[in-house]
Design a protein around this ligand. Structure first.
Ligand SMILES: NC(=O)c1ccc[n+]([C@@H]2O[C@H](COP(=O)([O-])OP(=O)(O)OC[C@H]3O[C@@H](n4cnc5c(N)ncnc54)[C@H](OP(=O)(O)O)[C@@H]3O)[C@@H](O)[C@H]2O)c1
Length: 305
């Protein structure tokens, strides 16, 4: 392995909050990149010297998720990517785009694929659609970049004006400070001339869903991905059926989708946003920084020289 990257899930995992029944010891992290050092007999998907990333759920190659497929996720329950060497099935890795550095490539397996699955999965966005992304963490920055790549207009929110400037530089068409504009759902809807947003990449969860339901258009999709703003809340769900809104849970994605995303990333030379890369010995500091949620994009941990 040459680099690993961190997700919010890893922070919960190391604190025992993701799965209290997780067997220890555990090597954390699901995301990373490395170079194939050795292959077994009959291996044809990869060769020695290839640069590859492991897939998040080692047995989810395509189709609908199942219990068996989802029991194979790295960084819990299986040992993950914060390791110098991994032994994986050839089926459990994908080649990464050549234009990316190891740090950039290490960010793709969970955060990027989750954003890609939201935008291209159940109800794919189309050019011209308006997509709203919440905050400036790993999933949301990828959602912004991928939505632009797919030809969409993007409304981005953040609690920081400085970060809003940075998302505008990445291509966001409109920005809203959700800390000062508590009714950001209405502001977003107004930005669409009162029609509403086509697709919302919902990382806030129960704490932001009420505003998302204000922002979404009739028949639009809210891709429910995370719970950064909490997973329980009193909520009026009438707008979901009164306005035929699709609230769709998203769970990372499968290998087939990862490979499709990598083709798009390579073609458009999309560059993931790495906030900071830590040395292997600084892993603890990286996890502490992740827990503070003050990042912009992704945090990485370099492995080896
Ligand atoms: N379902 C899945 O398959 C899947 C996959 C990946 C991640 N997730 C989940 O998705 C969520 C995001 O993951 P991540 O790795 O992108 O997290 P992250 O990188 O840690 O995101 C942190 C950022 O989220 C923003 N944020 C925090 N509270 C917010 C709120 N109330 N409203 C809007 N934005 C808020 C902040 O942006 P600003 O500083 O700009 O305000 C913060 O910097 C987590 O809950 C994670 O567990 C789920």
């Amino acid at each position: 392995m040459t680099c690993a990257s961190l997700n919010f899930r890893d922070s919960l995992m190391v604190r025992g909050a993701y799965n209290p029944k997780q067997k220890l010891p555990l090597v954390p992290c699901s995301d990373g990149v490395g170079v194939v050092e050795e292959v077994g007999a009959g291996v044809s998907r990869v060769a020695v010297g290839d640069r590859v990333s492991p897939i998040f759920a080692q047995k989810w190659l395509g189709g609908e998720p199942t219990h068996a497929k989802l029991r194979s996720t790295l960084g819990g329950p299986l040992d993950g990517t914060l390791a110098e060497r991994l032994v994986l099935s050839e089926e459990g890795v994908v080649h990464v785009p050549a234009h990316l550095t190891d740090e950039q490539a290490a960010t793709l397996p969970c955060a990027a694929l989750t954003a890609w699955s939201a935008l291209t999965g159940y109800t794919p966005v189309k050019a011209g659609d308006v997509v709203l992304v919440q905050g400036t963490g790993g999933v949301s920055i990828f959602a912004l970049q991928l939505a632009k790549l797919l030809g969409c207009q993007v409304i981005a929110t953040s609690s920081s004006d400085e970060k809003l400037e940075r998302v505008r530089a990445l291509g966001a068409d409109h920005t809203i400070n959700y800390a000062t504009q508590r009714e950001w759902g209405k502001v977003a809807k107004d930005l669409t001339g009162g029609v509403g947003v086509d697709h919302i990449v919902e990382v806030g969860g129960a704490g932001t869903l009420a505003q998302s339901l204000r922002a979404i258009r009739i028949g639009g999709q809210i891709s429910l991905i995370g719970v950064l703003a909490g997973n329980q809340q009193d909520l009026n769900i009438n707008p979901i059926f009164m306005q035929a809104v699709r609230v769709q849970g998203i769970l990372v994605g499968h290998r087939e989708s990862f490979e499709a995303m990598n083709r798009a990333i390579a073609l458009h030379r999309l560059v993931p946003v790495v906030d900071r890369a830590y040395a292997f010995g600084e892993a603890r500091a990286a996890f502490e920084a992740l827990a503070k949620s003050q990042l912009f994009g992704k945090l990485c941990i370099r492995i080896g020289a």
